[in-house]
Design a protein around this ligand. Structure first.
Ligand code: PLP
Length: 420
């Protein structure tokens, strides 16, 4: 396989999580597992919306480390607070009170409908905690033995055994059998299938408000309303996975706030600590006692450094009115894209919520990602035909104009064949 076709495979593989890339950027043998299809770029420095590679080339970042660097790269306030904390204390076991964790949790409950928070280290771990809490609530508080979680096709909930089982995409399950029991997946919007799946064993229903990895599809409000009503009638827990949508990305603190619902449980991760590894599982008051002492734990979860980063992230978001700003910039980005591509048959649809935008194309877009990298614009895909844009939440209109101009240029080059 040539170097170039390696790169192309990496582009497609990055979209679907497959592909072999066991070479280092320099082409030497790697000591790493080849589980990531990596682009041949080494990013070494970042500031705001910009990144630089080891060769000094500059990139405009419209992927934010997959919705993680939400305040831009190296945000000053977060960096200053984390540096100060690093001089004081890095880690303390959760066997002790951690004041920074208390503050971070309190702040999260102030911007959402949640009353109790459990901190962990990633999105998958937050979703695991949500699944465990749902089971434990039914089994220990309600004493009804319920355990099953219903999820939806095309969803993505993580890569641990439980969360990949919950995920409604076959590709993440291949070769990992047997999968844990207690999950059933139904087609999104198929109310009859959903109702048929509900039984005496059902503990809850879990969904994303915007199916992000699945193609950037915001879920229809009427469906969410009906789903919430079913959960209430049948005493099922409504669990919302906000790992990608949480913390401002969609123009509200959490995407479910667009829908006027209050989930029993929801999760967040990715941008919650501006790039330090953190996740959170948030729930309503009546679920608090289900996680009694000793029932669930995480060594690193909410340690002083990470909690400090979460607090500084939340403070910055409040002070700078980030969710409101995202709503405005998201509308602007969508409008500019729609105007730019209105007569371009290669582009079928521009959709999304806030600064989580999908551009559905009529053919695979893996090569367009590579052309973007050549032209200094970073973005990702969401399935084979969808370009996914995830700029940081402080992106400016000038940066949006610049990114869209590059996109228009590379899509034109791709169509005319010059990009190949
Ligand atoms: N849930 C959603 C909606 C996600 O987008 C992701 C990651 O992309 C996850 C869960 C898993 O998060 P992590 O990779 O931090 O485990």
């Amino acid at each position: 396989m040539t170097q170039q076709s390696d790169v192309k495979e990496a582009a497609t593989g990055a979209a679907n999580g497959t592909g072999a890339a066991s070479l280092t950027e320099a082409g030497g043998a790697s000591a790493l597992f080849p589980s990531y299809a990596r682009y041949p770029i080494q990013l070494v420095k970042g500031k705001g919306s910009l990144l630089w590679d080891a060769k000094g080339k500059q990139y405009l970042d419209f992927m934010s480390g997959l919705a993680v660097a939400n305040l831009g790269h190296a945000p000053e306030k977060v960096a200053a607070k984390v540096k100060a904390q690093l001089d004081e204390l890095w880690h303390v076991s959760n066997l002790f009170h951690i004041p920074q964790q208390e503050v971070a949790a309190r702040k999260l409950t102030e911007v959402s409908c949640a009353d109790a928070v459990f901190f962990c280290n990633s999105g998958a771990e937050a979703n695991e905690a949500a699944i465990k809490l749902a089971r434990r609530y039914h089994q220990k508080i309600k004493n009804n033995g319920r355990y099953e979680i219903i999820t939806f096709e095309h969803s993505f909930h993580g890569r641990t055994l439980a969360t990949l089982t919950a995920t409604g995409q076959q590709k993440v399950k291949d070769g990992f059998l047997p999968l844990p029991a207690g999950f059933v997946t139904v087609p999104l919007y198929d109310m009859e299938a959903l109702k048929a799946a509900i039984g005496p064993q059902t503990a809850g229903i879990m969904l994303e408000m915007v199916q992000a990895e699945g193609g950037v599809y915001p879920v229809e409000p009427a469906f969410v309303e009906e789903l919430a009503a079913i959960c209430e009638q049948q005493e099922l827990l409504l669990i919302v996975d906000e790992v990608q949508t949480g913390m401002g990305r969609t123009g509200k603190w959490f995407a479910h706030q667009h829908y006027g619902i209050e989930p029993d449980i929801f999760t967040s991760a990715k941008g919650i600590a501006s790039g330090l590894p953190a996740g959170a599982m948030l729930a309503k008051e009546y679920l608090r006692e289900a996680f009694s002492p000793g029932s669930h734990a995480s060594t690193f979860g909410g340690n002083p450094v990470v909690s400090t980063a979460i607090i500084a992230t939340l403070e910055t978001m409040e002070e700078e009115h980030i969710p409101e700003q995202v709503a405005e910039q998201g509308n602007y980005l969508k409008a500019v894209l729609q105007e730019t591509f209105k007569d371009e048959p290669f582009v079928q649809e521009v959709r999304g919520l806030g600064l989580l935008i999908g551009i559905e194309c009529v053919a695979p877009v893996g090569e367009i990602v590579l052309l973007g990298q050549e032209r200094g614009l970073l973005f990702v895909t969401a399935g084979p035909n969808v370009i996914r844009l995830l700029p940081n939440l402080k992106v400016t209109k000038e940066e949006i104009d610049q990114a869209v101009a590059i996109l228009a240029e590379i899509i034109a080059a791709h169509i005319s064949g010059k990009g190949n």
